[in-house]
Design a protein around this ligand. Sequence first.
Ligand SMILES: C[S@@+](CC[C@H](N)C(=O)[O-])C[C@H]1O[C@@H](n2cnc3c(N)ncnc32)[C@H](O)[C@@H]1O
Length: 373
Amino acid sequence: MADKIKQNSHVLFYYNRSKKWLVRITRGDALHTHIGVLRHSDAIGKEYGSRLTTNKSKYVYLLRPTLYDYTMKLQHGTQIVYPKELGYIVARAGIGGGQKVLEVGTGSGSLTSFVANVVRPRGHVYSFDVDPKFMKIAQKNIDRAGVSKYVTLQNLDIKELDVTDDADSDSGATAPELPVSGADVALIDVGDPWTVLPQVRRMLRGSGCVFAVCPTMNQLEKLSASLVENEFTDIESTELILRNIEARQGKTRHSFQGIGHTTYLCFARKAYFERDADVYGVATTDHVVVDDDGDDDGDDGSDGRGSDGDNPSATAGVTDTVRAKSSAKSSAKTGRTAKKPDPPKSAKAGRTASPKRSPASRRAAPAKRTKAA
Ligand SMILES: C[S@@+](CC[C@H](N)C(=O)[O-])C[C@H]1O[C@@H](n2cnc3c(N)ncnc32)[C@H](O)[C@@H]1O
């Protein structure tokens, strides 16, 4: 049976790419536009894909809204994550059906809605925001996108969560003081993402992916350093550029209406820099790794890919800073700068510095505790 438009159906009234309206059909209402008037009741009973004619004789197509349409038309309380980034985030972080996703910074709920639609029906998004004003807007947008069943919103400043205890709850599975545990993926969209990394780390499962949205390069730099400090690996920073093409017979060219810079993205995965100690039976913490090739980059000096060699941000500068700190701390504490035995190459990949416990996690202030999801 054909899918007909009814009272309360959502419909995209589509005139052209820049003139389209997302409406909820309400008998008796009318949409007044520069191309004429459209009465909602004229759409009732019509099949999605059919068209109406305005009183100025313009055709308007009745399209079923997609999540893209909801995203582009959602009410903005904050900056949002746009579809050009949404798809990449899902692909790169491997977000799929049934996953548990943690989000810090609900904002207007654009990213929340998109990801909830990907993980449903068995997965769930746990999203946190400090500002109730934005949460109200987000709730509306999430409802409109039809995914509220798969989202839990909570008013909480993630920075305030206490992660100072040294209990071995870093596995992401046993952290009852945190609102989420064992998340597959964490999404961060706050102005200072590095401040919530210790908390996010505790809520993630081992190797879980974290994605942070960073509008400026300065934020990227600071975040990359902090990711290393908090024992994340596979760190990658990206900017996505999207250009539309005007495809017309004999005069196809790129559009002059480009989408400029929206944001940078930073991706990483939770690792355990100290876990190799178990394998070799050697205490690896607080030591600076010095290779046979004379440098301290953890590789053999041949192809530069040994230890995050394809990730300059984690090796050049950033890692050195952490190592310097770790080394200084070590010398002050133990009075030694012992050299760790060089493990086999396969075990070295992805490992950078070995700070014992992230300094950032010690900084976090104690605060309220909530029940784990
Ligand atoms: C840019 S918006 C997020 C936009 C969202 N990604 C979207 O696509 O609609 C940033 C949000 O982070 C929230 N925020 C900032 N710091 C926070 C913190 N420490 N914990 C929780 N939320 C925070 C702000 O209140 C704001 O709503």
